[in-house]
Design a protein around this ligand. Structure first.
Ligand code: SF4
Length: 289
């Protein structure tokens, strides 16, 4: 089901200093996500999205964005892509993200997009304009294996397509890299598999890979994930239960080893493990970590 709704506010303030992406504001143009990744945290009850398959389109989003940006005194990075993919299939016909980026370009605000889609290339010219201030695009990748990704992220373009898109953004001078989240225990946490994410990222122009070595699991998200494990990875649910019980953060049993290895690989490849975030002119550069 796709439904239009009127939102009251579009940009939400990021209250804590955002150590990953340096965000000041968050923007969600849709609610719900067509990618249907089996591990998606946005299914959790705390986000109050009753049916994650239903899509809500914020019909007045662009008017709100114009009004809100005109009132902003503080210039800071606007992030999009944490609760849904701003380039999900519906975006092709709606062009809501594309039009929002044009408004952001007019107001000369910096932006950071997280996506799993090469549809972001449609907006390359707008991103170039925004990049006179700052534009960054991060691709989320949990594996470079296209066949495995089909089971994990059934509605998303393959990792190969994401990496190709990353190359083009890098060539256009856009800050780009990988958000390596989540890494799924017993599925995508092999040493070779994790190393390959760094290698492929580098090969395709990434400046950074932000790593994690585990995943979160809670309430509805866990129930959905386990049901999908039963379908595609028989026996794994039981292994998760034994290993993690009701834990919220489920770290790969290999996490420490993976972290050491990953640091070394990134150093060899000249890949950063954090992204270069927007700094306001004249602002003192503060270390984020
Ligand atoms: S793309 Fe992101 S928000 Fe959408 S289903 Fe996948 S993990 Fe969830």
């Amino acid at each position: 089901m796709i439904q239009e709704v009127e939102a009251k506010v579009l940009l939400s303030h990021v209250k804590q200093p955002d150590t990953w992406f340096g965000l000041k504001y968050n923007m969600n143009l849709y609610r719900g996500c067509q990618r249907q990744c089996i591990y998606c945290d946005s299914r959790s009850q705390c986000y109050r999205i009753e049916n994650f398959r239903d899509l809500l389109v914020k019909a007045n989003a662009l008017d709100l964005l114009r009004q809100e940006l005109a009132r902003k005194r503080v210039k800071g990075t606007i992030g999009t892509g944490s609760m849904n993919d701003p380039y999900m299939p519906l975006e092709k016909s709606q062009n809501l993200t594309g039009r929002a980026l044009q408004i952001i370009a007019q107001f000369r605000f910096p932006v950071h997009v997280i996506t799993k889609s090469d549809l972001v290339l449609r907006d390359l010219e707008t991103l170039r304009q925004i990049n006179q201030v700052y534009a960054a695009v991060s691709f989320s990748l949990s594996t470079t294996d296209d066949d495995l990704a089909r089971k994990l992220e059934p509605g998303a373009p393959s990792p190969s397509r994401r990496l190709q898109a990353m190359s083009q953004l890098a060539q256009a001078g856009i800050v780009t890299g990988v958000v390596m989240m989540p890494i799924l225990p017993f599925i995508t946490d092999g040493e070779t598999a994790v190393r390959d994410i760094a290698l492929q990222a580098r090969k395709h122009g990434a400046q950074y890979v932000i790593p994690t070595f585990g995943m979160t699991l809670r309430d509805r998200q866990r129930a959905y994930y386990y049901a999908q494990l039963d379908r595609s990875f028989p026996g794994l649910r039981q292994r998760y239960r034994r290993h993690f019980g009701d834990q919220y953060y489920c770290s790969s049993p290999n996490a420490r080893r993976l972290q050491d290895m990953f640091k070394e690989v990134c150093a060899e490849l000249g890949l950063e493990m954090r992204m270069p975030v927007y700094q306001q002119e004249g602002a003192r550069q503060l270390p984020l970590f």
